[in-house]
Design a protein. Structure first.
Length: 272
């Protein structure tokens, strides 16, 4: 049986673990080949362990187990030239990109706020998204076959949550900024039949959320923990829940869907 994305190539950032790995696997299950990017290194202001080269290789292993091709590169979305080189190498190996998932992100919240958190989270979660789309656009336009771009925002991109420290405010500002980017790109790329949308997860069961630093913060501030409550009776959702929504957005089933902010949030926003 032919998958929904047979013959497509997807460019995915933050692909070493968590949502990014889930997206790579889910799209590969539907026939896509993958260009997978991850920093695979630590950023000083991030209080939890970030992805490693071994994590990225595990993504490679799982995609190849599905008999799909994958080109994986360690690159930082803050470094546009490195991101461009990674994309170009992937395109040379796998072919032109049809799908772009700007997923890489950090959540620099800790018990001891650092003023640098603000700039780091903007650089990764907003400028990194901009870089991801910008390096991919020219080849998508040149190919002339349209395409689909999904930017990962958050419920914090539609609501004023995130806490009162530099990292929390920066996270919320960046995720709101991603919505502005999406709407701008949706307008400017429509004439090329390239669709652009955002997804807005609630808390997801990934290492970015499920770690000692974030749990310590939640326990110290019950008000913040209560503010993260979903309407549906689940504390968190799974990465594949976001992957399934993205699969729909990039598939022909959503061929006329562009410019939308799609919550996958277990009723988080309606519960506010």
């Amino acid at each position: 049986m032919t998958g929904q994305l047979e013959g497509k190539v997807a460019f995915i950032t933050g692909a070493a673990r968590g949502q990014g790995r889930s997206h790579a696997i889910r799209l590969a299950q539907e026939g896509a080949d993958i260009i997978a990017i991850d920093i695979c290194a630590q950023i000083d202001t991030v209080p939890y362990p970030m992805a490693t080269p071994d994590d990225l290789q595990e993504t490679v292993r799982q995609v190849e187990a599905l008999d799909r091709r994958i080109h994986a590169v360690e690159a930082d979305v803050r470094d546009r030239s490195a991101l461009q080189a990674a994309l170009d190498a992937g395109v040379a190996e796998l072919g032109p990109v049809d799908i772009v998932l700007a997923n890489a992100g950090i959540f620099p919240l800790s018990m001891n706020p650092d003023p640098r958190e603000w700039q780091d989270v903007l650089d990764v979660n907003l400028t990194g998204v901009y870089h991801t789309v910008e390096v991919a656009i020219p080849s998508m336009i040149e190919r002339g076959q349209g395409g689909a771009i999904v930017l990962t925002s958050s419920t914090a991109g539609l609501a004023g949550i995130g806490g009162d420290n530099p990292g929390g405010r920066g996270y919320t500002a960046a995720k709101h900024g991603v919505v502005g980017l999406m709407r701008s790109y949706a307008n400017s790329l429509a004439k090329h039949s390239i669709r652009v949308n955002t997804v807005h997860p609630t808390g997801v069961n990934t290492p970015m959320v499920v770690n000692d630093a974030i749990q310590e913060l939640m326990q110290a501030d019950p008000a913040m923990s209560n503010a993260m409550a979903n309407a549906l009776p689940v504390p968190m959702i799974e990465p594949v829940d976001i992957s399934n929504a993205i699969l729909w957005l990039v598939s022909d089933a959503a061929r006329y869907v562009t410019g939308v902010t799609l919550p996958v949030d277990a009723g988080f926003l309606v519960n506010k």
